[in-house]
Design a protein around this ligand. Structure first.
Ligand SMILES: [Zn+2]
Length: 142
């Protein structure tokens, strides 16, 4: 079972990121399960690698949106409280819509950059730039 999970993680890491003609960006399904009063997001690290974003930034978003506390422990995240995989997946989807996908060409080949002291999302595929929306309850930091 361990080996299978390892293989799966490795396979996920090796997936190309929107470099093909197929513009559909397929997000790995979050592996989420509850353990007592906490929720484990088991493939958090693989997810961050896949979407090419810093773990701390994804984590901050996740905690804000779920309204809970938690910590990164190795490759996984431990959240206080019980959340379904659907809830976690929904938030990851929102994160990707907001911080990963280009609004113009819908490709995930983007990165954060600073322009005039404002963080923007720049698309490597089409060159589009848009400001990163400031979320209520916190400022956006890289
Ligand atoms: Zn673009």
């Amino acid at each position: 079972m361990e080996e299978y999970v390892d293989l799966l993680d490795r396979a996920l890491r090796q997936l190309p990121r929107g470099k093909t003609n197929d513009s559909r960006f397929i997000i790995p399904t979050p592996k989420v399960f509850m353990e007592g009063k906490t929720t484990i997001f088991d493939n958090f690290d693989a997810m961050c690698n896949y979407i090419n974003r810093e773990r701390e930034h994804v984590m901050k978003f996740l905690l804000n949106e779920l309204g809970t506390a938690g910590k990164i422990a190795g490759d996984r995240v431990i959240l206080q409280g019980r959340f379904s995989s659907d809830e976690v997946e929904h938030q990851i989807q929102r994160y990707i819509d907001e911080y990963v996908l280009c609004w113009e060409c819908k490709k995930p080949d983007t990165h954060f950059t600073k322009m005039d002291r404002v963080w923007v999302l720049k698309c490597d595929a089409c060159g589009a730039i848009r400001p990163i929306i400031k979320r209520k309850g916190g400022t956006v930091k890289k």
